[in-house]
Design a protein. Structure first.
Length: 750
């Protein structure tokens, strides 16, 4: 009761203090820095720019505000030399704890005020994309614990040093270390600035919340242990730190509690569940982490040529809320030697084996407990001396992120409304020869709200209830990939080959308004006519899939072509370098199926030559055929010329010596400006000049031939020299000279 009374009095005193309201006001201003000055998360999505960055800035700035406030409040008694009087009235331990708890309550009120203030702002900025639960979760995980940790750390430092300056310097050093390059890719070490690369608009951000919550809890334990330890050092009876330490050490509950909290934090570090433990490996260009972002399959070559994998079947149950899977996989093997053999089975780090049986009998396996590069965790299993073997494996776990991807957090993802899983996250892999008629099939139980897309043949629902759906999939390769989400599935009409476009339901209204079906159909038919058909059929359709922004970029695998949602963001769809409208930008991305996915462009001597330049040119030609020369002159050629004019007129590019004065951030912006101008504008102009020299019909013939046959200089890549040879031109002839620029309406030299 005495403690509660003191807590009430102290909290009431703080509430009427002008200093309290000042620090609250300063803390409430801190999220504003996240809109421009402090942007740790990529601003490529609206959720990052309008929600994640302001919240992260609010946590960081608020922690410093409350650090100063805590130090001033703790120094108040010492400053006015009231220590002896206060110690005679109340225990300094009780007073310290009451003061700390009161400031924590003030920090919580500040967080609540920030929530109430910025929630309407974020709702207005995000519009229909706003999700209340997502915003509340971000505020709760990213901001509130950071304010608490600022209070606990500062209080602990002060109780050790009894000086504001040393305490604040120590706090600042600890914060700067968390923000330094040494911690940039270690999410556990980033206590004041949680690791967030980009927030998704269209799919949830559960992965970041899980990691941030884990690191928040870890550091709350660490700072709580530090604070309890500092209580033992609280000065009392006029003694210094040593004498006070000896006295308070007799209160056995203090060192015991500090030890328990410290042990809890150590256990959390040792048991860290989200990143694999692959060791660093040495590459030619220096040491890199021992994982890879994806483990799609085992190597094609096998160490066991006398054992064939006839087929495999998996029954997988996904607990999307917890991010766990339970699986049972069976493998039919032909052991030609009829001898017992030890073979390697690869697991994904984070998965554990329950049982392994061969022909109904439990068999031995050895787990060395070592994660290896490429996100693999190998175990050895002993096959019996039988010719025909049915191997059954029961396993469970949650997928860990590859050590190499710890800075980007790209990898397998399982959450309530989004799923991205590769081979080893679906079932363990055997490094064996696949038989000629190998079949890979199985069933997957998912939440009813998720639409499953499986590599290979189209997955189908075989049963469902109110909460789950069971999907059946079939593939003729051991390589598997699952993507699932709240998708709208669009079967593209009038396409030259079967194409399905899967996009987030949150884009449905926008895509229907732009008639996305016609955009896709027109693009596919144009490219098929110009360059040739792609190798897809009714049994093997092309699946174009929008995936989470957490996957940076796009990729293709089998009949999967997936692109991060950033490709469909408002910023990208309004990018004039790719097209004059959102529909044309989407057409640009689809054209990459020909230039970038099925035909590879690269030149070691001319880095301007890439699939981007040829894709921009193809988009230009398509729009010229559709809308006429005046349209493409205004929205394409003039755009290319203006971009190069801006490049030429840039002060720092005209004065290279001045670039050394630029901060890294602006130097990177300058490099990006040069990259965009050369890739998206200079190269299309050079291809356009080649077209003018050889004619449109000949250019169409050249490109169709390059697509069908590939390059000859560095197969299968098409190089810049391959293009020049096909056009029977030289590089000098494609220089952007003044005559060519003036013929297009330009007024500058390049």
């Amino acid at each position: 009761m005495v403690f509660l009374h003191i807590l009430f009095v102290e909290f009431k005193r703080l509430l009427v203090s002008k200093g309290t309201w000042l620090v609250m006001a300063c803390s409430l201003c801190m999220p504003l820095l996240g809109y421009s000055f402090y942007t740790p998360a990529s601003t490529a999505t609206a959720f990052s720019a309008q929600m994640a960055n302001p919240i992260l800035a609010g946590g960081l700035g608020g922690a410093f505000c409350f650090s100063v406030f805590t130090l001033i409040e703790y120094d108040r008694i010492n400053k006015y030399q009231c220590e002896a009087v206060m110690d005679s009235i109340i225990s300094p331990l009780i007073m310290s704890f009451a003061k700390c708890l009161s400031i924590l309550l003030i920090a919580s009120l500040t967080w609540l005020a920030a929530l109430c203030l910025y929630l309407p702002i974020m709702r207005a900025a995000l519009g229909t994309a706003f999700i209340l639960s997502e915003t509340l979760l971000a505020f709760s995980v990213m901001m509130l614990p950071t304010l608490w940790m600022g209070v606990l750390a500062s209080a602990a430092f002060y109780q050790l040093f009894r000086r504001i300056d040393l305490s604040f310097i120590s706090f600042t050093a600890l914060a700067l270390f968390s923000m330094s390059k040494w911690c940039s890719d270690l999410y556990l070490m980033r206590w004041i600035n949680p690791l967030v690369t980009v927030f998704s608009n269209d799919f949830n951000n559960t992965l970041f919340y899980r990691l941030a919550a884990y690191s928040r809890l870890l550091w709350l334990l660490i700072f709580s242990a530090f604070y309890v330890f500092s209580l033992i050092c609280v000065r009392s009876h006029g003694l210094g730190i040593t004498g006070s330490f000896k006295i308070h050490l007799r209160k056995i509950y203090l060192p015991l509690l500090a030890c328990l909290l410290a042990m809890g934090s150590v256990w959390m570090v040792v048991s860290e569940p989200y990143i694999d433990k692959a060791a660093l490996v040495q590459k030619d260009d220096g040491p890199v982490s021992g994982g890879m972002v994806y483990s799609v399959s085992v190597d094609d070559e096998t160490d066991y040529p006398d054992i064939d994998l006839l087929n495999q079947y998996v029954r997988l149950s996904v607990n999307a809320q917890k991010g766990y899977v339970d699986g049972n996989a069976s493998y039919q093997l032909h052991n030609k030697t009829r001898e017992s053999q030890w073979v390697t089975m690869l697991l994904l780090p984070g998965y554990t084996i329950n049982t392994i049986t061969a022909n109904g009998k439990v068999i031995e396996y050895v787990d060395p407990g070592i994660d290896q590069e490429y996100s693999q965790h190998p175990i050895k299993i002993q096959l019996p001396a039988d010719e025909w073997i049915e191997l059954e494996v029961s396993y469970t776990g949650h997928p860990k992120i590859a050590n190499a991807a710890r800075s980007t957090l790209m990898g397998n993802e399982i959450s309530a409304d989004y799923l991205f899983m590769n081979s080893l996250s679906i079932l363990p892999q055997l490094s064996l020869n696949e038989a000629e008629n190998f079949i890979n099939e199985g069933e997957v139980v998912l939440p009813a709200n998720l639409e499953l897309i499986s590599l290979g043949n189209e997955a189908e629902v075989v049963s469902e209830n109110a909460s789950t759906k069971t999907w059946r999939f079939t593939n003729t390769s051991s390589k598997l990939r699952f993507i699932a989400g709240d998708y709208v599935k669009l079967a593209v009409k009038d396409s030259p080959f079967p194409v399905y476009f899967y996009y987030s339901r949150r884009h449905q209204q926008e895509f229907e308004a732009m008639d996305i079906d016609k955009v896709l159909s027109d693009t596919l038919n144009y490219c098929a006519k110009q360059f040739g058909l792609l190798p897809y059929s009714e049994d093997y359709p092309l699946n174009i899939i929008m995936i989470s922004a957490h996957f940076m970029g796009g990729a293709a695998n089998g009949n999967f072509s997936f692109m991060g949602e950033i490709y469909f963001s408002k910023e990208n769809l309004s990018n004039p370098s790719k097209g004059a409208s959102a529909a044309e930008v989407i057409a640009h991305e689809i054209i990459h199926q020909w230039w970038g996915v099925h035909s590879y462009l690269m030149d070691m001597e001319n880095t301007d030559w890439s699939s981007e330049g040829l894709t921009v040119y193809t988009t230009y030609r398509m729009m010229k055929e559709k809308y006429g020369e005046a349209y493409v002159k205004q929205f394409y050629i003039d755009q290319w010329l203006n971009s190069l004019a801006a490049l030429r007129n840039n002060y720092f590019l005209r004065n290279p010596d001045m670039q050394a004065m630029l901060p890294d951030k602006y130097l990177l912006s300058l490099e990006q400006l040069v990259f965009d101008a050369t890739i998206y504008n200079k190269m299309p102009l050079q291809i356009l000049k080649a077209e003018q020299l050889i004619g449109e019909a000949k250019m169409d013939e050249v490109l169709a031939n390059l697509f069908e046959n590939g390059g000859t200089e560095m197969p299968p890549y098409v190089t810049w020299q391959d293009f020049l040879d096909a056009c029977n031109l030289t590089e000098e002839e494609l220089m952007l000279d003044q005559a060519f620029i003036e013929s297009l309406g330009g007024e500058f030299n390049v």
